[in-house]
Design a protein. Structure first.
Ligand SMILES: [Zn+2]
Length: 462
C-alpha cells in the first residue's frame, strides 16, 4: 500500500509548488503555529520555502495594495477572515518570519499559502486580533486564547477561536473558523450511504445504549455526532453535551464545556449530567477508565449516549473498551454501533478528468476488498482523476466527504465480545456478515467520481 502512495501522480498544484520551491533556498523553519493537536506535519513538498499562492482577486490583496498611509489594519483583518470564509477555510495561520508575515489557510484539511503580509504590519495585526478577542495587548511572552465574532459579507456573523503564541520572530496567531448551527452537516452530506443511514437510524431509535464514533483526530467524528444530535433534537427530549471545546452551539441543547480547573473533567461532568435528568448525552471523548465506566453505566440506565474514541477502525472499539476496564458483558449489552470514518477530499467537478484504473492500481486494491465490491473495480467505470483549475485553486480537489464503516452489535457480535475475541477476529466475522469497510466505501465513492483511490490511500497512511 505504501508503494501505491509513492506512485501517486503529481497534481498541478504540487507541480507549481515544486517549481516555485526550486528557485528559492530553503530557510530555517519556525513552525510553531501549525503543530496543533492531532495535525500531521506537512508533507515533504510543502516543507520547502515558497511564496506562491494560487488565489486570485482576494480582498486581502486589494486592502494591501493601497498606499502605506491609507492602510487600515481593521480592514486587513476583516478581509483576511472574509477571504478565508469564502474559500471554506477551517483555520487561518499567521506566522511571522524574518521578512514577512506568512498567511496560510487550511482548506479541506490541507494547509495552503495565502497572500503574505508585510512584516511592518505584524504587531498591529496581532494587536487588532487581541483587541477583538479580549486578550491582553501588553502581553507578548505568554500564550493566550480567546474568541470573537466576525461579520461576513452577505452572510452574517461567524465565531472564531483564537490562539496566540510567542515564536522566534514574534507572536503568531491561529484562528479556527467555527461553523454556525445552520452549517452543521447532515449525515447525507457527510457521505453516509443508504445502507449506513439505515443502520444509524436503527441505532438511534433505541432509547438507550452507546453510539460511538471512532477515528484519528480530524477524521470528522465530532461532526458526525453533531449531525446525529441534530436529528435527535426535539422538544420532548432533554439533550446534554459535555465537550472540549464546544465547537458549535445548537439551540435547544445544553452544552457544557469541560474545564479541569473547576473540576469539570469528562468523568466529573458525566456524574453531574446524570443528575440533570437527560435522555440523550453526548460526551466529547471517552479518554480514561473512569469516564468509560460512568458512560457505560449511563447507557445501561436508560440513556442514549454518544461519544468518540480515538481508534483506527470501528472494530478496535471493543478491545479499547476492554482495555479501559469495562466488563465484556457491559460492552455487549450497551454498545449499539461503533462507526469508523475518515475524510477524503472530493474531486473538483469543474476540472476532474475521466480515467481508467491501470492494472497495477486494480491489483493493489483488489486484495483489500470483498467480493461484492470487486465488480465495481473490474468494471473500471466512473473513475476520475484531479486536474486543477481556478475554482479549486489548482489542487483538483474541492470539499471533503466521509468514508465510513459501521459495526452493528448484534447477537452474533455480542457473543464474540463475551468471548473476548480480539479486534481482528471480530472484524473478519463482521466483514463475513456483510460489513462494508471504510476502504470499500471509499472505492465505491471513487467509482462515482467523487474522490480518487490516491486520496483514499492518503487518509489511511497519514
Ligand atoms: Zn478545479
Amino acid at each position: 500500500m505504501a508503494d501505491n502512495k509513492k506512485q501517486k501522480t503529481e497534481t498541478p498544484e504540487e507541480k507549481v509548488r515544486k517549481s516555485a520551491a526550486e528557485n528559492v533556498t530553503p530557510k530555517e523553519e519556525v513552525k510553531l503555529g501549525e503543530q496543533k493537536e492531532g495535525q500531521k506535519p506537512e508533507t515533504s513538498v510543502k516543507k520547502e520555502e515558497e511564496s506562491t499562492y494560487l488565489w486570485k482577486n482576494t480582498e486581502l490583496e486589494r486592502k494591501l495594495e493601497v498606499s502605506p498611509n491609507e492602510i487600515s489594519i481593521i480592514e486587513i483583518v476583516d478581509a483576511m477572515v472574509n477571504d478565508a470564509f469564502q474559500l471554506r477555510t477551517s483555520d487561518i495561520h499567521i506566522d511571522p518570519e524574518e521578512t514577512e508575515l506568512k498567511v496560510r489557510f487550511r482548506i479541506d484539511g490541507v494547509l495552503q499559502d495565502f497572500v503574505p503580509i508585510p512584516k511592518e504590519l505584524h504587531s498591529e495585526i496581532i494587536t487588532r486580533i487581541k483587541v477583538l478577542s479580549g486578550l491582553r495587548t501588553d502581553e507578548h511572552q505568554a500564550a493566550q486564547d480567546g474568541r470573537f465574532k466576525a461579520n461576513i459579507h452577505d452572510y452574517g456573523q461567524i465565531d472564531l477561536r483564537v490562539s496566540i503564541a510567542p515564536t522566534y520572530y514574534g507572536e503568531n496567531c491561529v484562528m479556527r473558523l467555527l461553523a454556525a448551527e445552520g452549517e452543521i452537516m447532515t449525515l447525507e452530506i457527510l457521505g453516509y450511504s443508504e445502507e449506513h443511514l439505515e443502520i444509524i437510524n436503527r441505532a438511534i431509535k433505541k432509547p438507550y445504549g452507546m453510539i460511538l464514533a471512532t477515528g484519528p483526530t480530524g477524521s470528522g467524528k465530532t461532526t458526525t455526532l453533531y449531525a446525529i444530535l441534530k436529528k435527535l433534537n426535539r422538544r420532548e427530549v432533554s439533550i446534554i453535551t459535555l465537550e472540549d471545546p464546544v465547537e458549535y452551539s445548537i439551540e435547544g441543547i445544553n452544552q457544557i464545556q469541560v474545564n479541569p480547573r473547576t473540576g469539570m473533567t469528562f468523568a466529573q461532568g458525566l456524574r453531574f449530567i446524570l443528575r440533570q435528568d437527560p435522555d440523550i448525552i453526548m460526551v466529547g471523548e471517552i479518554r480514561d477508565n473512569e469516564a468509560a465506566n460512568i458512560a457505560v453505566n449511563a447507557a445501561m440506565t436508560g440513556h442514549l449516549l454518544l461519544s468518540t474514541l480515538h481508534t483506527n477502525d470501528a472494530t478496535v472499539t471493543i478491545p479499547r473498551l476492554l482495555d479501559m476496564g469495562v466488563e465484556p458483558f457491559l460492552i455487549a449489552s450497551t454498545v449499539n454501533i461503533a462507526m469508523g470514518q475518515r475524510l477524503v477530499r472530493t474531486l473538483c467537478t469543474q476540472c476532474r478528468v475521466p480515467k481508467k484504473l491501470t492494472n497495477t492500481e486494480i491489483e493493489n486494491v483488489r486484495g483489500l476488498m470483498n467480493q461484492k465490491f470487486l465488480a465495481i473495480l473490474e468494471k473500471n467505470e466512473g473513475f476520475y482523476g484531479p486536474k486543477g483549475c481556478e475554482i479549486c485553486g489548482g489542487s483538483g480537489y474541492r470539499g471533503r466527504i466521509g468514508i465510513h464503516e459501521i459495526l452493528e452489535i448484534d447477537d452474533d457480535i455480542r457473543e464474540l465480545v463475551m468471548k473476548r475475541m480480539n479486534a481482528k477476529e471480530i472484524r473478519n466475522y463482521a466483514i463475513k456478515k456483510g460489513m462494508t469497510t471504510m476502504f470499500e466505501d471509499g472505492i465505491e465513492k471513487a467509482a462515482q467520481g467523487l474522490t480518487t483511490i490516491e486520496e483514499i490511500f492518503r487518509v489511511f497512511h497519514e
